[in-house]
Design a protein. Structure first.
Length: 301
């Protein structure tokens, strides 16, 4: 390394160090660890093994002694998630001193107890989540004539993976777990191109065909037997209000038995797409649509 290069690097190091000193966001909080993204994703993929045994791991292990297989996996998942949830709560506290004063006992123990409670509640929901996922797979098979089998859908359809991750993350979102639901759904987003916020409320028999470019916002409500095609956006009308809009209904409601074709945009918290409606491709909708409607894009001449 010549002297000029050395001087350049030293100068950059000094400036970056100055940035660190001037902005607390660049450094994690002292004495606290953030949740570990890799551990959370590993737990998520282990949960997929439990939900769909034999598809993504050793097939013989699930055939011989399925109860032992599931028990072993769930114990590991439980321990990992409890640790990460407690970590997330601890890191999310604004002021450790104020937190300690407001709670009786050790704050670390309180976070651990809270994490244990959430994990127990989550695990109690797993059989129900598994049944929902089977309905999602069935909806995919029924709705796609190109599908050769339900096994093919589980193995290879990105929409099913995105829905699986959403259904797991949603359970942590509704229990106000910080960081972890978003880590999960953004992992699915990166893998599939499908962006489902963990706060969305999605009914059963949900199918995403092709999937790339789909966006489903935080306060979206989706009923049963809804089918979306690629490029659909269920979004907000405007985000100019920023954090002032947090907690408000910003995204549309899609009622039962609705099909939305590719590249349609449906926006706004007051927008409702009525039951049994079909929304055509490339439409832009900001007002409610009555039940049994057919909405299509018409080119103006």
């Amino acid at each position: 390394m010549n002297q000029k290069t050395k001087h350049t690097i030293e100068n950059v190091v000094e400036k970056i160090a100055d940035n660190y000193e001037g902005e607390p966001l660049f450094s994690t909080k002292q004495g606290k660890n953030m949740p570990e993204r890799k551990v959370i994703i590993d737990a998520l993929l282990e949960l997929r093994l439990v939900m769909f045994p034999g598809y993504f791991g050793e097939q013989d292990a699930t055939r011989g002694l399925p109860k032992y297989f599931v028990g072993d996996r769930l114990l590991w998942i439980y321990n990992m998630l409890c640790e990460q949830i407690a970590c997330a709560f601890a890191y999310n506290e604004e002021e450790e001193v104020l937190r300690a004063e407001s709670l009786e006992g050790n704050p670390d123990e309180k976070n651990k107890d809270r994490a244990e409670q959430i994990c127990r509640e989550f695990f109690e929901q797993l059989p129900h989540i598994q049944k929902l996922l089977l309905k999602d797979v069935q909806a995919g098979f029924d709705g796609d004539p190109a599908a050769q089998s339900k096994e093919e859908i589980i193995f290879s359809y990105p929409g099913v993976f995105a829905i699986f991750v959403y259904r797991i993350a949603h359970e942590f979102y509704i229990r106000s777990v910080p960081y972890i639901p978003r880590i999960m759904t953004e992992y699915a987003h990166a893998k599939t191109g499908i962006d489902i916020h963990s706060g969305a409320d999605i009914g059963e028999c949900f199918f995403i065909d092709h999937g790339t470019g789909i966006v489903i916002g935080e306060t979206t409500i989706i009923g049963n037997n809804v089918k979306l095609y690629q490029g659909v956006t269920l979004g907000g009308l405007s985000t100019r209000g920023g954090q002032k809009l947090s907690g408000t209904k910003r995204h549309p409601t899609i009622e039962d038995n609705v099909t939305i074709y590719s590249n349609a945009s449906i926006l706004g918290g007051d927008t409702v797409i009525g039951k049994n409606s079909v929304i055509g491709g490339n439409t832009f909708i900001t007002e409610s649509v009555p039940e049994n409607s057919r909405v299509s894009f018409q080119k103006l001449v």
